[in-house]
Ligand binder design. Structure first.
Ligand SMILES: Nc1ncnc2c1ncn2[C@@H]1O[C@H](COP(=O)(O)OP(=O)(O)OP(=O)(O)O)[C@@H](O)[C@H]1O
Length: 623
């Protein structure tokens, strides 16, 4: 299709901005969630504000104001009419819009977005409304043709999975020159009517990963993103074409694993969920602090990468923060409200996406040819590009640990596999082979060590940025009441409900550990030396209790030293290949004396190590 992108911002020269609208919805009080019958800890004041007990001083309450507050009586219809319907017409004008539900697990996100047959939620209502709007537009002005289509995906354990055409294949995320986020290979289905949508969407929803946790029998273990695309094409020359996208996002809940009772795979999922939500909060931090000042860490998680358009991007966005009233959820609610308050300060810059078709031909794309994100490149070309960038990603320039002979470790893995299922006699022969490989591996390690050491010189930069308070994580604006001197010490129960994300955000209760400062410096020196910003930036561990941190590091080390293949794979960010490499390393060297020893393994750079430690500490804190 000979198309040319002609419009950036429309009307030209006009800088249009739109603040993210934030609504809070309180779910009804549920007795079974209130084991100690402590009653609700939050209540509404009017249609925009609410109050919550102040954990520092129980005689006080903290007040919050949002664009809308939906109390426990509010119906699905009211939530839709007040918070969602107003942004939908933008999609028909070639602009993007997004609605996302945020909040702790069990607070009502899926109820709000999906609902039930009796009480349909935002998703079915919004899609129906889009069809109504298109119909009305068609009657009003028949010089434009409209087409509607959908894609549906989930982000599960940091993998992008197609819900319309399920497979275990992790889809890549790309960005085109106009900063549109693309997902090559994602199924895109044309919709002719609302019932068409229903037929496609319902079975696809069942493909979403859910599981039972202590807090929610059907807890979403993934972030689900539904994309509805409206393309309108002018019937006469110059055949302008505008594409508007609506993202409807049901996020997985932030989780405190002490309360969810998560173990094994659930714990791993939970770690991925918390980590991506933590990145989301960092993105919001960076945007609410002015955006332009520093880098916005969209690329630190798949979720934020995909929501790039919706946060500080080109969309009209609505965030519905779901909260629960029971005291058990107190700190979840408190954190969610603070996050919602920060999100209010995020400003988006919506613009019209328009192309002109030359010559004016009506092109009908088949389902396979189409893509979720509106790129006009042919599929085969995109796939080719995608392949190229994939391979680039796997061999980043300047990768310090690139072995001279990559086959060595692969062979070690294969041998290790063989050893596990080999009769004793034959093992001797294999052991000899391992000895030879050991020598090669040692050579690789000493080379890698030299590279790592030579990259350590930039630590000063990092320390400077910490001391000057530039870390976005700790720039959170707490409401004034929270700053009052605490007279009541935190009860045991209150401490027990602080999930990992909240530990990171509640700077006042955390101590600065002197020894862990040393560890942090080591890790961060290496990160800075790689010249990339990453999720570790911000010295997160300095704001955590020293003994908790030490304990978590010790636990991880124990698994590394004595865990089976399965145990190793249960660690965050350790897949099959890495687990085998760890086993192989143990076979050769014995135990790891410290976590930092992991950088001696191929592919585990200092940056990856930092991310690994952080992810595992966050997830193990709940155990
Ligand atoms: N406004 C509401 N009115 C009635 N019931 C509600 C409401 N909100 C939530 N619920 C009920 O509370 C329970 C938990 O809600 P839901 O599954 O939507 O939570 P969630 O935030 O999506 O949880 P998770 O993150 O674990 O998926 C469900 O049984 C749901 O029907």
């Amino acid at each position: 299709m000979a198309a040319q992108r002609v419009a950036g911002e429309v009307p030209k020269g006009t800088k249009q901005t739109s603040r993210v609208r934030v609504a809070v919805r309180l779910r009804p009080y549920m007795e079974k969630q209130d084991e100690k019958s402590e009653g609700p800890c939050v209540r509404g004041l009017d249609s925009q504000s609410l109050e919550i007990i102040n954990w520092r001083n129980a005689t006080e309450t903290l007040h919050y104001q949002f664009d809308a507050f939906h109390d426990e009586q509010t119906t699905q219809q009211e939530v839709f009419l007040c918070s969602v319907k107003p942004i939908l017409p933008h999609i028909l004008k070639g602009q993007n819009a997004s609605v996302f539900a945020y909040g702790p697990t069990g607070a009502g996100k899926t109820h709000t977005m999906l609902g039930s047959q009796e009480q349909p939620g935002v998703i079915p209502r919004a899609v129906r409304e889009v069809f109504n709007l298109v119909k009305a537009k068609g009657k009003e002005d028949d010089s434009w043709d409209y087409s509607i289509g959908m894609s549906y995906l989930e982000i599960y354990n940091e993998k992008v999975l197609d819900l319309l055409c399920p497979s275990a294949h992790d889809l890549p995320i790309r960005e085109d020159k106009d900063r549109n986020i693309l997902i090559p290979g994602l199924t895109y289905t044309a919709l002719n009517s609302f019932s068409d949508f229903h037929t496609q969407f319902l079975p696809a929803s069942l493909n979403r990963t859910t599981a039972s946790t202590k807090l929610n029998q059907r807890s979403s273990r993934s972030h689900a993103i539904l994309l509805i695309k409206v393309v309108r094409t002018q019937q006469t020359t110059p055949h302008r074409q505008q594409t508007g996208k609506l993202y409807l996002v049901d996020l997985a809940g932030s989780e405190d694993n002490r309360r969810t009772g998560n173990k094994g795979i659930r714990l791993k999922e939970s770690g991925a969920i918390n980590l991506s939500l933590f990145t989301l909060s960092k993105v919001v931090d960076a945007l609410s602090a002015g955006g332009g000042a520093g880098r916005v860490p969209y690329r630190d998680s798949k979720l934020t990468r995909l929501l790039q358009d919706s946060l500080g991007g080109s969309a009209h966005s609505v965030m519905i923060t779901n909260i629960a009233p029971e005291y058990t959820y107190y700190f979840d609610t408190y954190t969610a409200l603070n996050f919602a308050a920060k999100s209010k300060q995020v400003v988006n810059k919506p613009f019209v996406r328009e192309t002109v078709t030359v010559p004016p031909v009506q092109v009908k794309r088949s389902r396979e040819e189409q893509e979720a994100t509106g790129s006009d490149e042919p599929q085969n070309k995109r796939l080719k590009n995608c392949k190229r960038s994939d391979s680039e990603e796997h061999t980043p320039p300047g990768q310090p640990h690139s072995p001279t002979d990559p086959s060595v470790l692969n062979r070690l893995i294969a041998l290790e596999k063989l050893l596990m299922g080999t009769p004793v006699k034959e093992r001797l022969k294999l052991h000899r082979e391992i000895q030879e490989l050991k020598e090669k591996q040692k050579k690789f390690e000493s080379n890698a060590k030299m590279c790592t050491m030579s990259g350590n010189g930039a630590s000063g930069n990092f320390t400077d940025s910490l001391s000057s308070g530039k870390s976005p994580l700790f720039r959170m604006h707490l409401p004034p009441l929270q700053r009052k001197p605490s007279t009541a010490s935190r009860s045991k129960k209150q401490q027990a409900v602080v999930p990992p994300l909240q530990v990171l955000q509640q700077c006042p209760v955390a101590k600065k550990p002197p020894t862990c400062q040393k560890d942090r410096k080591n890790l961060d020196c290496i990160e800075v030396s790689e010249g990339k910003e990453n999720i570790m930036t911000g010295g997160w561990e300095t704001h955590m209790d020293k003994s908790v941190l030490e304990q978590s590091r010790h636990k991880i080390l124990q698994v590394l030293n004595s865990g089976s293949l399965k145990d190793l794979k249960g660690l965050q960010q350790i897949g099959d290949k890495k687990a085998k490499l760890i086993l192989g390393w143990r076979e050769i060297h014995g135990s790891f004396t410290k976590l930092e020893d992991l950088t001696k393994i191929e592919g585990i750079t200092a940056k990856r190590l930092s991310s690994f430690i952080k992810a595992n500490i966050l997830s193990s804190m709940g155990t």
